[in-house]
Design a protein around this ligand. Structure first.
Ligand SMILES: *Cc1c(COP(=O)(O)O)cnc(C)c1O
Length: 387
C-alpha cells in the first residue's frame, strides 16, 4: 500500500463518527429523527436565480473555461453590492476575486501566506477549516478561545506578544458560526489596531453578514480598514441565497492578498462555471424579497427554539444573527455524551460543541434549518426528556 503524505495525518479525526453511529442505530430502531445538526438552509434557491441560471446554461459562451479571477460582470456586481450594503468602495479589477464557495478561499489563503513555523490565530470554537488549512500549509495554529463571559469574542489582550510577532494571519468570523455571536465596532477597531502593529493579515469570514434579525445590520470588516491594507473578507452566496450546492462565493479587500490568492488559484482550479456566476449576479442585484422572507422565517424559528427551551428551564441566548443557537449542555454531561443521549431518548440530533474545537466542549449547536412543524415536535419531545 502506498503511504499517504504525512500532512494528511495532521488532520484531526472525524469527530462526528460516534454521533453518526448513534443516528444510524436510532434509525434502525425506527425512531423518527429530527435533525438540527445541518448548517445548510432547507429552503430552495429563489426562483429568479434559478431562472437566470437556466438561461445562462443555454448560452454556449458560458460553456468554456471561465477566467480564474471570475467574470468582470460578477466582480462588478460584488463591488456594487458592497457599495450599497456597506460603506466600502471596491475596484472590481483588483479588489475582488470569485471563489468556488468561500470555503475554497478560506482553505487556500494559508497556502498563499504561511510558511513552516508561522503562526495563524484561529478562534475556537470555530469553522474547522481555519485550523485545518493552517496545519496543511505547515503553519502553527494559535487558538483564541471564544468564551461566553466575553460575548464569544477572543480576548486579544491574552495573546502573548511573541505569538503576535510570529503571526501572519488572523481568522475571525462575525456573525459567528457556531456561537451566533456578533462583533461590535470596538472589537473590530481593536483587531485592526493589532493587525497594524504586528503586520498581520486579517481574514474575516463574513458568511452570515446577511442573516441578521430585528434590524441588526452586520458591518464589513473593511469598514474598519479604510485603506484596505490589512484585511481580506470572505463572502458566500450559500447562506444568503440558499445556494450551498451551487459553489459560489468571493473574497474582497487588500489588493496584494487578492492577487496572491488569485495567483494560487489559477494554478489549482479553473474558476466557477460562468452560468453560476450569472446566477450569482442575479442573486446580488435582483429582487431581494426572498432574502427578507428567509430572515423572517429563521427569526420565527429562532424564537420558537429559544422560547421553547426557556419554557423547559434551559436558558440560551437569542442570537441577533446566523441560523444557529448555541446552548450549554447540562453540567453532568460532556458534549458528545449529551448529544448521544438526546438521539437515543428523543431522536433529536444536535451538534456537539467540541466538534468546533476543544473550546466548544460543554455546548451544543442547534441549526434552525428545519421546518416549524418539526421544531414544535422537537420541543414536545424535549418536555418529557430528563436533562
Ligand atoms: C457555511 C460556511 C462557510 C462556507 O460557505 P461556502 O461559501 O458554501 O463555502 C464558511 N464559513 C462559515 C463560518 C460557514 O458557516
Amino acid at each position: 500500500m502506498v503511504k499517504p503524505a504525512s500532512r494528511l495525518e495532521k488532520i484531526p479525526p472525524y469527530l462526528f463518527a460516534r454521533i453518526d453511529k448513534k443516528k444510524e442505530e436510532a434509525r434502525k430502531k425506527g425512531i423518527d429523527l429530527i435533525d438540527f445538526s445541518i448548517g445548510d438552509p432547507d429552503i430552495p434557491t429563489p426562483a429568479n436565480i434559478i431562472e437566470r441560471m437556466k438561461e445562462a446554461t443555454e448560452n454556449s459562451r458560458n460553456h468554456r473555461y471561465p477566467s480564474y479571477e471570475g467574470m468582470y460582470a460578477f466582480r462588478k456586481a460584488v463591488a456594487d453590492w458592497y457599495k450599497k450594503r456597506f460603506t466600502v468602495k471596491l475596484n472590481p479589477d483588483d479588489e475582488v476575486v470569485t471563489l468556488i464557495g468561500s470555503k475554497e478561499g478560506i482553505a487556500h489563503i494559508p497556502w498563499a501566506y504561511v510558511e513552516s513555523g508561522d503562526v495563524v490565530l484561529v478562534p475556537s470554537p470555530g469553522y474547522p477549516v481555519y485550523k485545518i488549512s493552517t496545519l496543511l500549509a505547515g503553519g502553527t495554529p494559535y487558538i483564541m478561545p471564544l468564551r461566553e463571559e466575553n460575548n464569544f469574542l477572543p480576548d486579544l489582550d491574552k495573546i502573548p506578544k511573541d505569538v503576535l510577532k510570529r503571526a501572519k494571519l488572523l481568522f475571525i468570523n462575525y456573525p459567528n458560526n457556531p456561537t451566533g455571536a456578533h462583533g461590535d465596532d470596538d472589537f473590530f477597531k481593536k483587531i485592526i489596531h493589532i493587525a497594524k502593529e504586528y503586520d498581520i493579515l486579517v481574514c474575516h469570514d463574513a458568511a452570515y453578514s446577511e442573516i441578521a434579525y430585528e434590524g441588526y445590520k452586520p458591518k464589513s470588516f473593511l469598514e474598519f480598514d479604510s485603506e484596505k491594507k490589512y484585511s481580506i473578507e470572505f463572502h458566500s452566496l450559500s447562506k444568503t441565497y440558499c445556494m450551498t450546492g451551487w459553489r459560489i462565493g468571493f473574497a474582497v479587500g487588500n489588493r496584494d492578498a487578492i492577487y496572491n490568492l488569485g495567483k494560487l488559484k489559477t494554478n489549482i482550479d479553473s474558476g466557477v462555471f460562468q452560468a453560476i456566476q450569472q446566477a450569482g449576479i442575479e442573486a446580488l442585484t435582483g429582487d431581494q424579497t426572498s432574502l427578507e422572507e428567509l430572515k423572517k422565517r429563521f427569526q420565527k424559528r429562532r424564537d420558537m427554539v429559544v422560547d421553547g427551551l426557556k419554557s423547559l428551564g434551559i436558558n440560551v441566548r437569542k442570537p441577533l444573527a446566523t441560523f444557529y443557537v448555541w446552548a450549554k449542555v447540562p453540567k453532568k454531561y460532556k458534549s458528545e455524551e449529551f448529544c448521544e443521549r438526546l438521539i437515543e431518548k428523543t431522536g433529536i440530533v444536535v451538534t456537539p460543541g467540541n466538534g468546533f474545537g476543544d473550546e466548544g466542549e460543554g455546548y451544543f449547536r442547534i441549526s434552525l434549518t428545519i421546518n416549524e412543524k418539526k421544531i414544535k415536535e422537537a420541543i414536545k419531545r424535549l418536555s418529557s426528556f430528563k436533562f
